[in-house]
Structures are given as structure tokens and as C-alpha cells.
Design a protein around this ligand. Structure first.
Ligand SMILES: Nc1nc2c(c(=O)[nH]1)N[C@H]1C(S)=C(S)[C@@H](COP(=O)(O)OP(=O)(O)OC[C@H]3O[C@@H](n4cnc5c(=O)[nH]c(N)nc54)[C@H](O)[C@@H]3O)O[C@H]1N2
Ligand SMILES: Nc1nc2c(c(=O)[nH]1)N[C@H]1C(S)=C(S)[C@@H](COP(=O)(O)OP(=O)(O)OC[C@H]3O[C@@H](n4cnc5c(=O)[nH]c(N)nc54)[C@H](O)[C@@H]3O)O[C@H]1N2
Ligand SMILES: [Mo]
Length: 776
């Protein structure tokens, strides 16, 4: 048995281009248990967006292990190390098991009636005194499809508030917007099987090795087989991906767009473009060519601090690829000019005609396991079914489906994004915030400000979680939820693969599935449709799924061909799945037809530099026939950047052993022991200049706060420091110093996607626990 902490990717199973990726069965069971003696329940992974099919083992009413599903198209039996060990958190003795309410300033144990009645009474008082705009919902990328859809209907048609968003705003808002800007609509064009065929794989700000380990195993197995692909890696750190790369470009943070314009410049200057594809299927090529003409390699080399020859080599490899697979993630999405840079990756694939065939694809990645569903179901800043809030026909479809007056469904402005909701709470116009399955007191930028906002007495804060998180500590009501494995539902991964996850065991104590909690709220609020019937006409997951299917009909994310029964037993299935595609759909846009026609599209788009909305008439004029849109944008520098040698870029991100704020992985002994404390990574040169050696304590300061961490020297470019963002304060240092990366990060976001800039802020770093912590 491989030690999967020491070797996160497990053993190699090499394969050649175009062959089927071999199976490998990974299993982990509680000590002493026999695989024959436990019950197995079908599920999928929830500690990343890869969507690995797994079975949950249960024994005596408790989860007792996991194994990979050999038949699943995504993982062919493999399991990520976080999933191998993370299930132990379900059994943790400190799970939330009863509702809590705040009395005389303290959270005390209560019961469901008391807790729900407080929420209902507050809602009703606010509706009466201040209107629906005083109420907001901040949800997740980790609930299930049925739960998001129900919450979306409650918010939009029950209360009529425009304030509903997911933590997907921090995660994949840019993926979504990059797809809307280029293809008119969300929906991942590519497929994981593109890895089996690609001759070039380009990874942009995506440390797939640590964040989607099973997908990286697929790439490693290609690299170990015949006709391996060439790898291009764009990352300021020497990640495991960078180590396998043919060319590794390590730009200064915040310069991705300049780098992309440089690559586009080279590909266009050498005419490595597919003119037939461009003529038949795109608009905007001339403007793109004119824009990137300003980005010759020497200029880009100066902006990004990369070698001009490396940039040329990367462009040549991309320019000569026959089957180019591009993947993008947080190094682009959480950085400066996020949407513009992610769109530039689309531009590169599109002008090379690298779309819709095996190996030629784009994966604007997701991060969280169910982020795709937050977006589809309208639990974020979109209407359900990728409908366009500016298209009255789309809103009318929803009004008919839900049998409510069209005026009930807010569509007077873009749905409120999470950072704006917090601003409203800060200003006092948002008076109730219901947080489900996210831990903003650790994961949002500038935590001192966030604590202040969430801790205000004038804000009624509801937190629905499985543990007493840092955020729950600030709540007025805490609702104990059932976790994965304790409830049934469906969710969709980054390549549109839909999985069912069945209930394996009962939740602890009085904890209830999130769906039940939302339905209970709807019933107590007595939301009705135009005929006086209950607005939420379902109580169980399967009925909610059937309701969602009707909402998805005819839209790009069409689920009408799926059912619980069809999802049980074999592999996950990729949407759209309908009468026309009964077995699902491997790749979108195989015929060069897009969802970008003016009457179909999810958005008319925004200006990539300013974020200003494009008017429907402008859109209609520019793209009447619904082609792919080539969208240029020029580079502008980040708002905050180092001004002298003392200051460094701070970038933040992940390690392979932990998931986010560690509520699960911090409670799994193997994972906790692998990375129990925060560290700061900096280059040998930057460390040396500060007298810092490997293992020394360092103090990291920004204009917003201060963190203490041990130094890890090397593996990162000069001028940049990296902090993992996983460590909150529930198990802080003995001396009580802060260790959450977000004490330092900046309140700033991309103008198009509104995704915060977790990858670009400025810090000063000094050696020793006694270093100055005060001031900036
Ligand atoms: N182990 C683990 N896996 C996870 C998660 C987890 O918490 N732990 N979370 C899941 C979720 S929700 C997400 S969103 C994904 C995230 O997955 P990734 O995006 O792969 O992870 P990150 O570490 O956030 O960032 C990726 C890389 O961006 C680089 N980077 C930083 N700044 C820049 C920049 O300015 N330009 C460029 N080009 N690169 C830059 C960082 O050095 C880092 O290696 O992972 C998912 N999988
Ligand atoms: N500095 C910095 N900050 C970042 C990032 C970064 O790279 N750098 N990345 C950002 C990204 S991409 C993301 S996705 C966010 C993640 O940030 P969060 O969403 O805040 O992180 P999680 O720890 O995953 O929080 C999920 C919460 O849901 C709870 N939970 C789990 N399952 C269930 C369930 O079934 N029901 C309920 N009700 N609760 C459940 C967990 O206990 C946990 O408290 O962080 C963002 N913040
Ligand atoms: Mo994420």
C-alpha cells in the first residue's frame, strides 16, 4: 500500500495518447475493518471540484472509509488524499448537534422551533419595516443542487430579494464570466478526456497537482506513457506542475494579462492561427490583433519579469499544438484583471481553432465540488438555468414556472455580489444575512473588517454549518446541518459530470439536511404562488431534482434526460443530458454553434477593463448571429503594488493536504499531521536579505493586519511571498497571534466578475517573534 501522505498521487499507470486511462482502485477503511463487512453507498468527492466517483463505507451507523469507483469516467477508481482521510470529520465529537441561539450576548443550546421562529420573526419584521432588500443570503459551492435551487426560489420568488450569492464569488465567478464573455453563456466547453488526447496542456495559475490530484495523476500517467504532451505552466511558484513543465513562466503577480497578450502577439505575428475557424465562428478578430500588436515579447518580459525567450518558446509550442488543452484557475481568477486574463486564454484557443474536438479544449476550472450547481441553480449572481436577468423573456419563463408575478422576481439590476452585500451590511441597509456552508470569517479578504461587519448587533446573522466555525461564533442563530454522507443529492463537477451522492448514515443529534432546513423556512414563512399554492412544492431531494429538471429544460445545462435512477449504479453523466443527448454530452461547441445568440445568451457582457455593462442593442449589433467573441483588453497595473525593496507581493493559496478553512481536514489526523501549522514561503534571495533562514519565525505585515508564520525558503520567484490560507483562529498559536492569510489581503475585486484579489497584495516581512507588528 502506498503512503498517500508521502505520495499524494499514488502509483503510475502509464498510457499513450488516445488510449483509455487505466483503472486504479484506491481504498481506505477504518483500522481492522474488512471491505466485505461494511455497507457501501454511492457518492462522489466533495473536497475539490474534480468530481471523483467514490463509495462511502459505513459500519454500525458511522462512516468508516471510502473507495474509488472504477466505473466512473472521472477518476477510474482513484481517490484524492483529502478524500481518503477527510471523512473522519463526519464522526468528530465536536459536530454541531443542536440549534444555538444568542441570549444575553451568549450562544446557548436551543431547539429547532425556537431557532426557526426567531429567523421567521426577524424576516417578517424586516419585510414589514425595510423591505426585501434588507435580507441577504450568502451560500456555498459545497451544498447540493437541490438545496441551491430551493434557496434560489425562496430568495427570488418568496422574498423577492436580489441579495443572494455564493462563496463561488471568491472561487469561480471569473470562470463563469470568462465563459459568458467569450461564448455568451456559462458551461465548460472541454472534458477531462481531453487529457487523454492533448499534445500540449497549458495550465494558467492552476496548481492542479495539489488541488485536483486525480486529474494530475491522469496528466502524470500521460507523461509516463508514449507520445507524452508538452506542459506549459504559468505560476510564480515552482509547483509540482512547474517541475514537469516544458516551459515554466513565473510572472510577477498581477501581470497575467500582459503575459497572455504577449503569447497572443507571438501566435498572431507568426500566423499560427486558424483563419477558416475564425471566419466561420467568431467576431472580433481584427480588434484583438490590433490590441495584442502592442505586446511584443520584450515589452511583456519587462512587465512580467520573465525571459523574452521563454515567452517565445511557450508561444511556439502553443502555436504548433495540434490538440491544445488549456486550464485556468485561481492564479488568474483571484488576480488583477482576472476576467480579461481568463478571456485571453479563450482567445488563444479560439484563434487556433482548438475547441470541441478530442484534446482541443478549454477548462475554465471550478474549485469547489458543487460550484457549478450554485451557478446553474441561481444561488449566485445569476438567474436559474443560465437565464439572463436583462432578457424579459427569460424572466417571464421563470415567473410562469414558479407561477408568480414577474415583478416579484428582482431583475431591475444585476444580482448583488457578495462583496457588495457585505458593504451593505457595513453601511447598515442589509440587516439579516443567512450564511450557509461557508466560513467567511476566515475566507473573505481583510478579516478585521469582516469580523467587524459580521459582529455588529444590528446585523441578524444566521449560520448554517456542521461545525462551530469562526463565523458561527459571531452568529445570532446557528443551525446544525447534516454533512455529505448524511443526506442525498446531486452535484456537478468542473467538466459537467453529474453525480448522485446517497445518504449512507444518519446525521448526528438533531442536525438536519440543508434542504430540509430551507423547506422548513419556506413553510413557516408560508410562501405562496399566484394561486395560493405553496411556492416550494417539494420536501425531499428527488422531488426538488424533478422541479429543477423542469427549470433546466431547453437551457444549456439541460438535466431533463437525467434521473436519480439513471445516476445510480454506474458512472457520472455530463450535461446537457436530454432527449437529443440521452447519454450526456462529452464536449460543448463541437459544431461551432454557441449559446451566444442575443435571445439565448446568459449575459450581454461587460467591458473587460471597467466592468461597465454592454447594452442589449450594442450586443445585438456586434454579435447578431451568435458567434464566439474574441475580446481584447490592454494591461493596467494593480492598484496596490510594492514600492520599494522592502515590500513584497503577497500571494495566497493551497496545500495538497488541506481544504479551505480546515473544518474537515483539520479534524483528520493524517492530514492535520501532514501540515499542522501555517508557513510563509519566500525565495532564498528575499529570505537572505531579511536574515531569515528556513524554519525561522517571521512576521508578515500589510496595511490591514499582521500574521506570524515559520519560513519555508525556496520554490518561489523573487519578490513574492506565499501564505496558505487554510489556518483560521479556532486552533491559533498558543501565543494568540493571527495566522489567517486573510488578515493581510486587500478589499478589491475584478471589475467584471467581482472576484476578490486574493493573489495580489503587498506585505513586509521581518525575522523573529519580536519583530515590529504595529503599523505599516
Ligand atoms: N488540496 C486542496 N485542493 C483544493 C482546494 C483546497 O483547499 N485544497 N480547494 C478547491 C477550490 S475551492 C479551488 S478554487 C481550487 C483552487 O485550485 P488552484 O487555483 O490550483 O489553487 P491555488 O493554490 O489557490 O492557486 C493556484 C496557483 O496560483 C499561483 N499564483 C498566485 N498568484 C499568481 C499570479 O499572479 N499569476 C499566476 N499565473 N499564478 C499565480 C499560486 O502560486 C498557486 O500555485 O482548489 C480546489 N482543490
Ligand atoms: N487568501 C485566500 N482566501 C481565499 C482563497 C485563497 O486562495 N486565498 N480562496 C477562496 C476560495 S476559491 C474559496 S472556494 C473560499 C472557501 O472558503 P469557505 O467556503 O469559507 O471555506 P470552507 O472551509 O470550505 O467553508 C465551508 C463551510 O461549510 C461547512 N460545511 C461543509 N459541508 C456542509 C454541509 O453539507 N452543510 C452545511 N450547512 N455546511 C457544511 C464547513 O464546515 C465549513 O465551515 O475561500 C476563498 N478565500
Ligand atoms: Mo474555490
Amino acid at each position: 500500500m502506498t503512503d498517500r501522505i508521502a505520495e499524494p498521487w499514488g502509483a503510475r499507470t502509464p498510457y499513450a495518447a488516445g488510449q483509455r486511462w487505466p483503472d486504479r482502485m484506491d481504498t481506505e477503511l477504518a483500522e481492522g475493518l474488512d471491505p466485505e463487512a461494511v455497507d457501501w453507498t454511492q457518492s462522489a468527492a466533495v473536497l475539490h471540484s474534480n468530481g471523483d466517483g467514490i463509495d462511502i463505507a459505513s459500519h454500525n451507523g458511522r462512516i468508516a472509509g471510502v473507495r474509488g469507483r472504477r466505473a466512473d469516467r472521472v477518476n477510474h477508481g482513484r481517490v484524492d488524499p483529502k478524500d481518503l482521510f477527510g471523512w473522519q470529520a463526519n464522526n468528530s465529537p465536536d459536530r454541531l448537534t443542536v440549534p444555538l441561539v444568542r441570549d444575553s450576548g451568549r450562544l446557548v443550546e436551543s431547539d429547532w422551533d425556537t431557532a426557526m421562529n426567531r429567523i421567521v420573526a426577524t424576516t417578517k419584521a424586516l419585510l414589514r419595516d425595510a423591505g426585501p432588500g434588507s435580507i441577504g443570503f450568502y451560500t456555498s459551492g459545497q451544498l447540493m443542487l437541490e438545496e441551491y435551487y430551493t434557496l434560489g426560489v425562496i430568495a427570488r420568488a418568496g422574498l423577492g430579494t436580489n441579495h443572494i450569492d455564493g462563496n463561488t464569488r471568491l472561487c469561480t465567478a471569473t470562470a463563469e464570466w470568462a465563459l459568458k464573455e467569450t461564448f455568451g453563456c456559462d458551461g465548460q466547453p472541454g472534458s477531462y478526456t481531453d487529457v487523454d488526447h492533448a499534445d500540449v496542456i497549458a495550465l494558467y495559475g492552476h496548481n492542479v497537482a495539489e488541488t485536483q490530484t486525480v486529474l494530475w495523476s491522469r496528466m502524470l500517467d500521460r507523461l509516463a506513457g508514449a507520445n507524452p504532451p508538452q506542459i506549459i505552466c504559468v505560476d510564480p511558484r515552482e509547483t509540482p506542475v512547474a517541475k514537469e513543465a516544458t516551459v515554466h513562466l513565473a510572472p510577477v503577480p498581477g501581470t497575467n494579462l500582459a503575459l497572455m497578450n504577449g503569447l497572443l502577439h507571438e501566435v498572431i505575428a507568426h500566423d499560427w492561427v486558424d483563419h477558416d475557424y475564425i471566419a466561420a465562428h467568431t467576431v472580433g478578430y481584427d480588434a484583438l490583433a490590433a490590441c495584442v500588436a502592442e505586446y511584443p515579447p520584450e515589452r511583456v518580459a519587462t512587465i512580467c519579469d520573465v525571459a523574452a525567450d521563454d515567452l517565445r518558446r511557450a508561444a511556439e509550442i502553443i502555436g504548433h499544438a495540434q490538440r491544445l488543452l488549456s486550464t485556468v484557475l485561481q492564479g488568474f481568477y483571484q488576480s488583477h484583471q482576472a476576467t480579461a486574463a481568463a478571456v485571453a486564454v479563450n482567445n488563444l484557443n479560439v484563434i487556433r481553432g482548438m475547441l470541441g474536438r478530442p484534446g482541443a479544449g478549454i477548462l475554465q476550472m471550478n474549485g469547489q465540488p458543487t460550484a457549478q450547481n450554485t451557478r446553474e441553480c441561481g444561488a449566485n449572481g445569476d438567474l436559474p438555468g443560465f437565464r439572463n436577468w436583462r432578457n424579459d423573456g427569460h424572466v417571464a419563463e421563470l415567473a410562469r414556472l414558479w407561477n408568480v408575478d414577474i415583478a416579484t422576481i428582482p431583475h431591475y439590476s444585476e444580482p448583488t455580489h457578495a462583496m457588495q452585500m457585505l458593504r451593505f451590511a457595513e453601511q447598515g441597509t442589509l440587516r439579516m444575512l443567512w450564511v450557509s456552508a461557508t466560513n467567511p470569517a476566515v475566507s473573505l479578504p481583510e478579516l478585521r473588517r469582516i469580523r467587524h461587519i459580521l459582529g455588529q448587533t444590528r446585523l441578524f446573522l444566521v449560520v448554517q454549518d456542521i461545525f462551530a466555525t469562526e463565523t458561527a461564533e459571531l452568529a445570532d442563530v446557528v443551525l446544525p446541518a447534516a454533512a455529505w454522507g448524511e443526506k442525498t443529492g446531486v452535484f456537478t463537477n468542473a467538466d459537467r459530470t453529474v453525480h448522485i451522492s446517497d445518504k449512507a448514515v444518519d446525521p448526528p443529534g438533531q442536525a438536519r439536511p440543508d434542504l430540509e432546513i430551507f423547506c422548513d423556512y419556506a413553510e413557516r414563512m408560508d410562501f405562496r404562488d399566484s394561486d395560493g399554492a405553496p411556492l416550494i412544492a417539494w420536501r425531499d431531494p428527488e422531488a426538488a431534482f424533478e422541479a429543477w429538471k423542469r427549470c433546466s429544460a431547453g437551457r444549456p445545462c439541460d438535466y431533463t434526460g437525467l434521473s436519480y435512477e439513471k445516476l445510480r449504479g454506474s458512472s457520472g453523466i455530463q450535461w446537457p443530458c436530454n432527449a437529443e443527448h440521452p447519454d450526456g454530452t462529452e464536449r460543448l461547441y463541437t459544431d461551432g454553434e454557441f449559446w451566444s445568440k442575443p435571445d439565448d445568451c446568459e449575459s450581454y457582457g461587460k467591458d473587460l477593463i471597467t466592468g461597465g455593462s454592454i447594452e442589449p442593442t450594442q450586443y445585438r449589433a456586434a454579435n447578431p448571429d451568435g458567434k464566439a467573441m474574441l475580446r481584447p483588453a490592454g494591461y493596467t497595473p494593480p492598484h496596490e503594488r510594492p514600492v520599494d525593496d522592502d515590500e513584497l507581493w503577497l500571494t495566497t493559496g493551497r496545500t495538497v493536504y488541506h481544504f479551505h478553512t480546515r473544518t474537515k481536514t483539520g479534524r483528520a489526523p493524517q492530514l492535520n499531521d501532514a501540515a499542522p501549522q501555517v508557513w510563509v514561503q519566500l525565495s532564498a534571495g528575499d529570505a537572505g536579505r531579511r536574515g531569515i533562514r528556513d524554519g525561522d519565525l517571521a512576521v508578515i505585515r500589510s496595511p490591514r493586519g499582521c500574521v506570524q508564520a515559520r519560513a519555508r525558503v525556496g520554490g518561489i520567484r523573487d519578490g513574492v511571498a506565499f501564505l496558505p490560507f487554510h489556518y483560521g483562529y479556532w486552533d491559533a498559536d498558543d501565543d494568540g497571534h493571527h495566522r489567517a492569510a486573510n488578515e493581510l489581503t486587500i478589499t478589491d475585486w475584478d471589475p467584471v466578475s467581482k472576484q476578490p484579489h486574493f493573489k495580489t497584495s503587498v506585505v513586509r516581512i521581518s525575522r523573529g517573534a519580536n519583530a515590529d507588528r504595529s503599523g505599516w
